[in-house]
Write a protein that binds this ligand. Structure first.
Ligand SMILES: C[S@@+](CC[C@H](N)C(=O)[O-])C[C@H]1O[C@@H](n2cnc3c(N)ncnc32)[C@H](O)[C@@H]1O
Length: 300
């Protein structure tokens, strides 16, 4: 079995595949961070010829990117083919009657893995990845992104930091010792993986988003619909007992404030350019130097 199809990767693909139909109904955070990332992108002067929406999901950003850069070829790549069907439908809807015009541009939709991109070297001008990289091995994904980017190509992404769903993690900790919430990389890990991949001028910052719910079950249901269920290795396999769920719900109640339950998300925003010269990266002792001035919002 190749690395791309290790069981946990299959779980990610299956989990998102099952969620594709109802994903947009609950993807509140994804919409917010996607819009913020698009806003940030509008500050960069760029005329990309080819754009990759990595982990494109149901295609909301793909549609926006195609609108913003009408001359560009847009590629939507996702590990879950069902997500790509939704993305195709979203693109069709966004085009209205225009889609019947001859020579209308259509995005290319590709089923693939961020860690082994089925794309040529130096072929992409902009990689846009909203809340997808937290499901991937970062070093492999950044290396692949750097490989496919043209020398002055740009990567813009968001990913989740370790405080994400801290309330749920704590509620589960009172029940058993299994990991029930995915473990996310912190900003230092993200920076290091970017530097190792030779991505240039990395800039990272962090923002906290809090969604609120009437009850813990509603929050867990949304996570399930989002396909964001726990796919960590070492997770407890099989059904979770009713008693355990009741204890989690009770544990979560400790976080209730002003009548609602919070679900916190630590969102890391990042961008970098392709093609940093090796000499700029390596120190004499072989370590990788990340200038602090390049990183903002780091927790000390
Ligand atoms: C939370 S969704 C975000 C979707 C979209 N970017 C958005 O903003 O709504 C994460 C997406 O990443 C995809 N994904 C997860 N692991 C992946 C991988 N290794 N390679 C490519 N896509 C992946 C999932 O299938 C899912 O569609």
């Amino acid at each position: 079995m190749s690395d791309a199809f290790k069981p946990e990767k299959l779980s990610v693909a299956r989990s998102f595949g099952q969620s594709a139909l109802h994903y947009d109904d609950v993807a509140v955070l994804q919409r917010e961070t996607g819009d913020e990332l698009l806003d940030r992108l509008s500050l960069v002067k760029l005329s990309p010829k080819r754009i990759l929406d990595l982990g494109a999901g149901t295609g909301r950003n793909l549609v926006q990117l195609a609108k913003r850069y009408p001359d560009a070829e847009v590629i939507g790549l996702d590990i879950a083919p069902t997500m790509l069907h939704q993305a195709q439908a979203a693109y069709h809807d966004s085009q209205g009657l225009k889609r019947w015009l001859p020579r209308q541009k259509k995005p290319s939709l590709v089923a693939g893995d961020a860690e082994q991109l089925p794309l040529a070297d130096n072929s992409i001008d902009l990689v846009f990845a909203n809340l997808a990289l937290q499901w991937c091995e970062l070093a492999a994904s950044f290396t692949e992104i750097e490989r496919v980017l043209r020398p002055d190509g740009l990567l813009m992404f968001t990913t989740l930091g370790p405080d994400t769903l801290c309330e749920l993690r704590e509620a589960w900790a009172s029940v058993d010792d299994y990991p029930h919430v995915n473990v996310f990389y912190d900003m230092h890990d993200v920076a290091e993986a970017m530097m190792h991949a030779r991505l240039a001028e990395p800039v990272l910052d962090m923002d906290r988003y809090v969604l609120t719910y009437q009850d813990a079950m509603a929050m867990m249901r949304d996570l399930k619909i989002l396909g964001a269920s726990n796919v960590a290795q070492g997770r407890r396999r099989g059904m979770t007992g009713k008693k355990a769920i009741e204890r989690v719900i009770a544990g979560y109640e400790h976080f209730r404030e002003q009548g609602v339950l919070p679900a916190s998300y630590e969102v890391i925003f990042g961008h970098a350019w392709a093609g940093v010269p090796a000499a700029q990266m390596k120190q004499d002792d072989g370590s990788i130097h990340v200038p602090l001035t390049e990183l903002t919002g780091l927790k000390q």
